[in-house]
Design a protein around this ligand. Sequence first.
Ligand code: G6D
Length: 348
Amino acid sequence: MQITAKTFGMFQNQEVTEYTLTNTNGVSLSAITYGAIVTKIMTPDKNGQIADITLNVESLEDMVAHRPFYGAAIGRVAGRITDGQFELDGQSYQLDVNEKGNQLHGGPSGLDTKLWSAETKSEDDAASILFTLTSLEGENGYPGNLEVQVEYRLTEKNEWIIQYTAKTDKPTLFNPTNHIYFNLTGDIKQPILDHTLQLASTKYGTLADRNLPTGKLEDSKGTAFDFSEPKRLREAVLSDDSQIKPASGLDHPFVLDQKDQPVQAILSEINSGRRVTMTTNEESVVIFTHNKVMDAYTIKGEPAQPYAGLTLETQALPDAINHPGFGNIELRPEETYHSQTTYRFDTI
Ligand code: G6D
């Protein structure tokens, strides 16, 4: 498979490289060494028309200045940690906070703000980029020196496979994700309200003020959060549900059923015929439907409108360290962290 590389820009006097992996079906994935950010995913529609199905800002300057998280490797801990505080092994920690007194997406200098090193590999049926980063003890307030790797692999079966691995020299927290936004129309001026979503999920996490998890999981059956059967996103995003209105859309974690479920999510769009099938070994997926206009920067010359895209951020449940029953995001020296998520692109 083909791999190309080009200079994307300069960050702190160092070159940022963009790599593009292309298979023989016209599917390609581009990503840069700044934040391991996916800058483009090009796929054909039902008529063979190839377009970018993701949201991203064009310039490195806008990514650095505005940090929209589009397509970025997020960590050490995705989502919010209440007041940036947690306890681990009887010791209390205060993390650096960066949103309304909480820590969001790993803090002010999270993994998406770093320059990763990268190496590429091309095989007959796949091509990959292996990003590597050392997050030093104390960065954003976390204990332990953390060695992180994230591999983006594109296959001839039109799969984007994300594999995170990590090691730490002291007990710490780790709950990474990728903040990709999909818009299968290939036109960011078209909202995702008529995309269809199906989820292998019967429970979702509720949010309180400051978009913080309440720590409660509610049954989704029969509610706006029920995607057990294929449903258009507008039926959820524009509903009067008391959990939807405050966020003006979805910004919630969905607990995923994995046992005997071949896939965890299917997203499709009728006019283009494009479909994304997601499988993951993570316990949940946060779906954010880009609920307001982002006019501090432009995408393809336009401010990104509400509902311009939706994320499928696979991860452990947000703020898990502060909520019993939300899973374990502790990482210890004797362990190796591993997670895998696959997005497969085809047409219906
Ligand atoms: C908003 O609440 C949302 C987050 O979930 C999202 O990740 C971020 O925007 C980009 O803060």
